[in-house]
Ligand binder design. Sequence first.
Ligand SMILES: [Zn+2]
Length: 103
Amino acid sequence: MREFERAGFTDVALVQIGDQGQEEFLQVAEKELLPALVDLMRWGDAHLAPDGPPAVLRHGGCGGELGRGAVCDRCGAPAQADEVEWYRGPGTHKTPGERMIPA
Ligand SMILES: [Zn+2]
């Protein structure tokens, strides 16, 4: 979030909606942007990661991997932002399979 703010991305939106709408704005942004962000990651994995993806996104509680549109390859449900678990992938220079962000 701070990176977005430094880039000026949210400053305009937050000014327009005010402090009371900030939390709602962030929830809507997470929900609506997650599929696009996962698609961008998957594109980079396919074209720019010769050793495999540096990060793998899994559906929390299910363990399936998230594919296009943040859809789980195990249960078929689109993941919500608070259900995404990040793990190091085979293309990382650190320990593959290790969870990146603690629960
Ligand atoms: Zn799932």
